[in-house]
Design a protein around this ligand. Structure first.
Ligand SMILES: Cc1cc2nc3c(=O)[nH]c(=O)nc-3n(C[C@H](O)[C@H](O)[C@H](O)COP(=O)(O)OP(=O)(O)OC[C@H]3O[C@@H](n4cnc5c(N)ncnc54)[C@H](O)[C@@H]3O)c2cc1C
Length: 423
């Protein structure tokens, strides 16, 4: 079969490679070169954490919403002007995490896609001839004290119930492993099976080159819709003409919403905008990716320097970046690594430069992606909406889409991910 994969972020690329394993001819459709700055897959926190099972919405969150509107320096901000447009999504978001029972069900489903993420990516990177782009040496949450760990007790319990391996790191070991870390952080929790994509942009490009070597073609175009004969797909329509094909996979990140609607599914998909800032040449390496409990952000070493990635800003896709969000991340960098203060000051002077990035997490309100057949046609498949965990879940998503297209029994229950759940 000839299958058009719409979008060449990490989800589209992993899906394209799995479809090729099944012998399909793949056409990658993307207006941009894979691996460049426009995609969320370029600038993320690089964390491959099987333990990223908790959705963003948890019980009691609604009490914090006023603070999200008012605290300009918090990890989560809603731009007032966009509140009316986002109200419906926010309502569903809060309702999705009303009880711990709901959170547990969601976590179990997320874990189905997270399970072997670092090993899966390591295997893909090896196939692509770039094993150096994946590190499988764990990930570490760092905490100021035991009280901060206790405050997240329920989350750790949930991970333990799922069989996710982690280990507490005491003060001496933490500072031996990360001597540059401020003594304001005294304890760690190591995710044993975690890993890191060393350079997500280069990794996406390596997977793209692999798909091309294996016979994929790239149509440099933006998909705009579909052409049908009855309910059967005949072509994907683009701004550069029609692409005849037997099947299509919508994997266009935050750009998927309009395509999904044309495929019969009205999905509440928004951008949870995030930022990163890089401190070049920090002068040390990290033994693993870090996440400070107070900043809720990825602190990782990349070839460009120390990347600080995080923040959630709810605003429209087209709104200009607010680099103040990135400066909040930079302040955490100063707090975590006092010796980097002067280098952080230099980065701050150059605000908006190449060291700064803003991107779009494609987010559904219930913390689960849309994977599976579209309502309008059995020939169109969804593969989008991975929110905060698209790097983690991309390999399993690709396998699931390939199994559904082939009519094989998938490795996990796919019904939880159908787009029709939004009605
Ligand atoms: C600050 C930040 C930190 C993050 N940290 C992590 C992390 O540590 N771990 C993790 O797993 N995830 C993380 N994420 C989330 C992760 O980056 C995303 O979930 C993931 O990259 C989404 O991949 P995607 O392929 O769906 O979308 P994208 O990477 O955005 O790719 C979509 C592609 O579709 C193309 N496209 C758009 N519209 C069309 C169209 N109409 N036709 C054809 N092509 C189209 C675009 O050009 C783009 O190339 C983070 C995100 C952010 C913003």
């Amino acid at each position: 079969m000839t299958i058009a994969v719409l979008g060449a972020g990490i989800v589209g690329l992993c899906t394209a490679l799995e479809l090729q394993r099944d012998g399909h001819a793949v056409i990658i459709v993307d207006p941009d070169e894979p691996g460049v700055r426009q995609a969320a897959s370029y600038g993320n926190g690089t964390w491959l954490n099987p333990g990223s099972v908790l959705p963003m919405s948890t019980p009691g969150l609604w009490k914090q919403v006023p603070g999200f509107l008012l605290d300009p320096d918090g990890p989560f901000i809603i731009r007032w002007r966009y509140l009316p447009a986002l109200a419906g999504w926010l309502m569903r978001f809060v309702l999705a995490g009303r009880t711990w029972q709901q959170v547990e069900i969601c976590a179990t489903r997320r874990y189905e896609l997270n399970r072997n993420t670092a090993q899966d990516h390591a295997a893909l990177a090896t196939e692509a001839g770039r094993p150096d782009l994946i590190r499988c040496n764990g990930l570490m949450f760092v905490y100021p004290d035991q009280a901060a760990i206790d405050a997240e007790r329920q989350s750790w319990q949930l991970r333990q119930n799922l069989g996710i391996r982690f280990r507490k790191i005491e003060t001496a070991e933490l500072h031996k492993r990360v001597p540059e870390l401020s003594t304001a952080y005294s304890l760690g929790m190591q995710m044993e099976d975690g890993g890191q994509v060393v350079d997500p942009g280069a990794y996406c490009n390596a997977l793209y080159q692999l798909a091309i070597r294996r016979g994929a073609t790239h149509k440099t175009a933006r998909a705009t819709g579909f052409s049908f004969n009855g309910n059967r797909l005949t072509a994907v329509m683009t701004d550069a003409g029609a692409i005849p094909c037997d099947r299509a996979v919508i994997a266009a990140g935050v750009g998927s919403r309009d395509l999904a609607r044309q495929a019969g599914d009205k999905v509440p998909l928004i951008s949870e905008r995030g930022y990163h800032v890089v401190i070049p040449n920090p002068g040390f390496d990290l033994p693993a990716g870090l996440m400070p409990s107070d900043g809720k952000m990825g602190v990782v070493m990349t070839p460009q320097g120390l990347r600080l990635a995080g923040q959630v800003e709810l605003a429209s896709v087209s709104a200009a970046p607010n680099w103040r969000r990135a400066l909040i991340l930079l302040n955490y960098g100063r707090r975590m690594f006092p010796a980097l203060a002067a280098k952080a000051d230099a980065v701050e002077e150059d605000v908006g430069s190449q060291n700064y990035w803003m991107g779009h997490r494609p987010s559904t309100p219930d913390g689960l992606p849309c994977i599976g057949p579209a309502s309008r046609s059995p020939d169109i498949f969804h593969a989008f909406g991975h929110g905060h965990v698209g790097m983690i879940q991309a390999p399993a998503t690709g396998r699931l889409v390939a199994a559904l297209i082939a009519g094989r029994q998938p490795a996990c229950d796919a019904t939880a991910f159908v787009a029709r759940r939004f009605g």
